[in-house]
Design a protein around this ligand. Structure first.
Ligand code: 5RP
Length: 299
């Protein structure tokens, strides 16, 4: 017999208004639940920021320095990252599915470093992305590049597919050899990517006016690391980017080419989430120097 449903015993708490809070990421208040949930896996709701570990470089560079053996050099770092940016090939072949770190999947590709890099196409089917349970897709956009329109088309098609499946898209401002990385260019590129529907944007840091890049982009911006710098310089760049409005970082070479990768992961995390100063973070980097390669860590 079902229990009697007595209206008198229920408590509807009519005096407590339901929560009407907006979503914690800028420009993201009108997204569907699945997409918001995926973004909440990448960006920590308590800080609104992320530390993504980018190891997708092999999709056009092959086994670049630091990524020769992803199983040895990268897997121990994965639990320390808020998200792992990688290709589906590396994911399936090297990364164990028991990993709990969300994946931001490289979704464009085509030319190698031997060719014109802007000649990319979409390189994954959305159903495979869903099968792989990815938290977001990443696509390169070459504003001012030879194949600018094609790369924009890759972005817009991916956004349409992502919207159907609740998978956010991160547009990446690709800077070709001829293009400068000043605020004027990055403002243009980031804004176009956001206007055309990307849910978040990845871009490089610039010394002058980065705050105008983040301010004029209506969705979260994460900072790419770029070429390897001395650790203190990389930590300073990450710190300045966050102070100037970045919602975190998506760093590759400055982590996996460091002589102390675990220390660097922890130091970047301290800068981004705990707002430690670059000097304090450098101490964290130094204090984890002893970790041997292959040592497994906990978050
Ligand atoms: C490749 C990418 C990389 O993921 C991105 O450049 C981040 O890596 P790094 O910090 O080494 O620049 O998008 O095009």
């Amino acid at each position: 017999m079902p229990e009697a449903d007595s209206g008198d015993a229920k408590n509807f708490q009519t005096d407590v208004p339901p929560p009407a809070d907006g979503f914690f990421l800028k420009g993201s208040g009108s997204l569907d639940w699945g997409m918001s949930n995926r973004l909440s896996r990448i960006f920590r709701p308590e800080t609104g920021r992320t530390v993504m570990l980018a190891i997708d470089h092999g999709y056009f560079q092959g086994p670049t320095t630091g990524l020769e053996r992803v199983d040895i050099s990268i897997l121990p770092l994965v639990p320390l990252a808020d998200a792992l940016m990688c290709t589906r090939g590396i994911l399936r072949s090297v990364v164990p599915p028991s990993m709990r770190t969300p994946v931001v999947m490289r979704a464009s590709g085509g030319p190698s470093i031997l060719k014109e890099l802007s000649d990319e196409q979409i390189a994954i089917d959305i159903e495979d992305a869903a099968r792989l349970n990815v938290a977001a897709l990443a696509v390169q956009v070459f504003i001012g590049g030879e194949h600018e329109t094609q790369s924009i088309h890759n972005l817009t098609r991916l956004v349409d597919m992502g919207l159907r499946y609740g998978i956010p898209v991160m547009g990446v401002t690709a800077v070709g050899k001829q293009l400068t990385r000043d605020a004027k260019y990055l403002r243009l590129a980031c804004r176009i990517i956001a206007e055309l529907g990307a849910q978040f944007v990845k871009t490089y840091y610039c010394d002058e006016g980065f705050d105008t890049v983040t301010a004029s982009c209506p969705v979260p911006v994460v900072m790419a690391g770029g070429k390897k710098l001395p650790e203190l310089d990389a930590l300073t760049m990450a710190s300045r980017a966050v102070t100037e409005g970045a919602a975190g970082v998506d760093m590759g070479r400055n982590i996996f080419q460091s002589d102390n990768t675990e220390g660097m992961m922890r130091a970047v995390t301290a800068v981004v989430h705990e707002r430690k100063s670059p000097q304090e973070a450098l101490e964290i980097y130094r204090s984890h120097r002893a970790a041997p390669v292959g040592h497994s860590s906990t978050r």
